[in-house]
Design a protein around this ligand. Structure first.
Ligand SMILES: [Zn+2]
Length: 335
């Protein structure tokens, strides 16, 4: 009996011991199960398949950089912005050219001829002229963008920019009044550009008042660049006004071949920088050359757009990366 009892006790002890051993192994295996997260350090040090050790330093893995600060943008007429956005989405990658015709509104003949231009060409009308209001209505109906061609003080004291011109010699109150008068002579415009103005646009305190007024009204600015020292770029940044500068004058030389050559320069600039803006004047030869040149533009892969489309595109990261690439390819300027 004693033997049997002893055997029973030994077997029981062995079974209980085995049970605890199994439970222990189970508990240990649960405890040691790795989490879903891979061990980054061991992955980093794992040998590559070809046997070369990859020493990836995780502290040097770069985060994506924050996007560049947005180029200033303000609300203009919603329908205008919608039209620009549609135009952009259709032609996102193609070089674009825009044309502004300055000095319009003086003559009915010029106005009639200007209305034969493609509808993408923008009209910059002098506010004080006889025909600005009627031309504005007709042009708007045809789909042209309207710009107030704001008369501003030139450097040459003998040249008269016209009535209600903006000058640097008046009080801020009078300057604001002159701006308001010029912005109340016709309807439907979305931007302002300068008529003359080499004295005015160089004057920072006068330009500050102009850009305050543009910003308050959500108007864009096209600088005709009658002087290289214009303050428009810093003012546009400071007052959150969308702006662009004129790249090409079409008709400094009023002759067919000369105008055509300038249109070719416009195309070259657009190919290089993605977009370019030209300014022309109400000369018959300018209108004839634009009308002869525009229909074949698309065959050469270039799109004629309204100037606001150029402004819209220049907000995009695509344009900014293009301009950086183009700038990097330019030769270092010689002094
Ligand atoms: Zn002008």
């Amino acid at each position: 009996m004693a033997d049997t009892e002893l055997k029973f006790r030994v077997v029981s002890a062995l079974l209980i011991g085995a049970l605890f051993a199994i439970l222990g192994v189970l508990a240990a295996s649960l405890w040691l199960t790795p989490s879903d997260e891979p061990d980054m350090q061991s992955l980093a040090e794992a040998p590559a398949p070809d046997g070369i050790s990859v020493a990836l330093n995780l502290s040097q893995v770069q985060r994506p950089k924050a996007p560049d600060a947005e180029i200033p943008f303000i609300q203009i007429e919603p329908l205008q912005r919608l039209a620009s956005a549609i135009e952009l989405s259709q032609y996102r990658t193609q070089p674009k050219v825009a044309i502004i015709i300055d000095d319009l509104g003086h003559s009915q003949g010029d106005s009639r001829r200007a209305l034969t231009l493609p509808s993408q060409v923008a009209f910059a009308l002098l506010p004080y002229t006889m025909h600005s209001q009627s031309l504005a209505q007709a042009a708007k109906a045809k789909g042209h963008e309207l710009i107030v061609h704001m008369p501003m003080q030139p450097k040459d004291g003998q040249t008269d920019p016209g009535p209600h011109a903006l000058t640097t010699s008046v009080s801020p109150v009078d300057l604001r009044q002159a701006i308001a008068w010029n912005l109340s002579q016709f309807d439907g415009f979305t931007a302002v550009n300068n008529h003359m103005g080499s004295r005015f646009t160089e004057n920072a305190s006068a330009m500050q008042i102009l850009f305050e007024e543009l910003s308050a009204r959500g108007l864009s600015f096209y600088d005709s660049r009658t002087t290289a020292s214009s303050q428009s770029v810093p003012m546009a940044l400071a007052y959150d006004v969308r702006m662009a500068e004129r790249d090409v004058f079409l008709d400094n030389e009023i002759e067919a071949n000369a105008v055509h050559r300038q249109l070719e320069v416009l195309e070259q600039l657009a190919r290089r920088f993605g977009s370019a803006i030209a300014i022309g004047h109400p000369h018959a030869v300018t209108f004839e050359q634009i009308n002869a040149w525009a229909p074949d533009l698309a065959k050469r892969g270039i799109i004629l757009v309204a100037p606001s489309t150029v402004l819209e595109e220049r907000r995009s990261p695509l344009w900014r990366s293009r301009i950086r690439t183009a700038a990097a390819s330019l030769p270092t300027p010689s002094r």
